[in-house]
Design a protein. Structure first.
Length: 373
């Protein structure tokens, strides 16, 4: 979870870019604050206002005691005065310079001295072996890691990541995500991360800001409001945080304690004491009136139906209470009728241990993130 920081970003602005307008307020502490929304929601517009390349019409933006913009006091710092690192969708490296010269460009150009040494940054991002290469010799993921390193070496008080993975294929995304997790855990910076990918938000975000048509629809802990992200098709889900209490190497199984209940998962990398994020999709949660016996499903929990949402389509979505946490289940409307399910009923939720997407398992020094599928 994000730590309280004297360098927290505080934003409350109104303004526009052509015919598009935003009116938004949020706070970003140390850790990752994800701005999430559909194309045209205002994510990049807000980043430009923070960076200083787009001036709001009214409001205030500050990082700790450094005021970047204040319409009431007629303050509007230039981008180079804001001490912000900005990483774009494309790496924007200098093609004629080596990785080392790209990384040290801020010092070479006479700008601020970095608070962290070059060796620390290259180790953090795993780019020490790339220093003598030119950008054309790097993969897409390597280029983005170098771009992040260059931003960190400019001694920023805040890091802005504008969909840094959008130009990468799946393999390169999986390559760079562990480094972004480590950046989140070890940099000590507020990081504002723009994305329209649910998986990236589930894996990286501490705080989630949902944007819709230029306004903040909801903001708060990613674990509290993740279920409000509308995925495509049947991908609604919840995000849960737990701890590994037991691992069984013989069967590559692990037990995770969440909300007073034990979830069983298949994964060979989990070890006792590790923190785990579980993304549980509504389509993977089946329901039964009675506790089944002689069944292969490992996770069977007594739950209470909080609500049943239906429309004219074939599906129903049920909100389920499991101790202190909530689950979602998407089943057919016919199943709701056949089981005669009602709000307040106590039933059983069934989740397969093997419904985990192993390719999304993330082993961290301080945290592991898992995603169910």
């Amino acid at each position: 979870m994000p730590k309280l920081s004297s360098n927290a970003l505080e934003l409350n602005v109104k303004g526009g870019n052509g015919g598009f307008r935003v009116e938004a307020a949020f706070r970003a502490e140390t850790g990752v604050t994800a701005l999430f929304g559909a194309s045209g929601a205002g994510k990049t517009t807000l980043l430009r206002m923070i960076a200083g390349t787009l001036k709001p019409e009214a409001g205030r933006i500050a990082i700790g005691n450094l005021v970047l913009f204040d319409s009431a006091k007629n303050i509007h710092l230039k981008p180079e005065q804001r001490h912000i690192g900005y990483v774009y969708q494309d790496a924007r490296l200098f093609p004629h310079l080596s990785v080392l010269r790209n990384l040290t460009y801020a010092q070479w150009a006479g700008k601020r001295q970095p608070e962290r040494k070059l060796e620390e940054i290259t180790e953090l991002l795993g780019i020490g072996a790339l220093l003598q290469r030119k950008p054309h010799q790097l993969s897409g993921g390597e280029k983005q890691r170098v771009a992040i390193g260059r931003a960190l070496l400019s001694a920023p008080r805040l890091l802005l990541l504008d969909e840094p993975l959008s130009s990468l294929d799946h393999a390169r995304r999986q390559e760079i995500l562990p480094y972004l997790e480590r950046l989140r855990d070890e940099s000590g910076l507020p990081i504002v991360f723009v994305s329209h990918e649910v998986d990236e938000v589930a894996r990286l975000a501490d705080t989630l800001v949902l944007l819709e048509r230029g306004r903040v629809k909801e903001s708060g802990s990613v674990f509290d409001i993740f279920s409000q992200i509308d995925g495509t098709g049947d991908t609604t889900s919840v995000l849960l945080l737990g701890e590994v209490t037991r691992s069984d190497d013989a069967y590559a199984m692990a037990e995770i304690a969440i909300g007073g209940h034990c979830f069983q998962l298949t994964d060979h990398a989990l070890q006792t004491g590790m923190k785990v994020r579980l993304r549980i999709r509504s389509r993977d949660v089946s329901l039964s009136r009675y506790a089944p016996v002689d069944i292969s499903i490992r996770n069977i929990f007594p739950v209470v139906i909080n609500s049943i949402l239906t429309d004219d389509g074939p599906f129903a979505e049920l909100n389920l209470q499991l101790g202190d946490v909530q689950l979602l289940s998407r089943i057919s409307r016919k199943s709701v009728q056949d089981l005669n399910l009602q709000k307040g009923d106590q039933i059983f939720a069934l989740i397969k241990a093997v419904s985990i997407d192993r390719s999304a398992a993330r082993l961290q020094q301080n945290e592991i993130s898992l995603q169910t599928s």
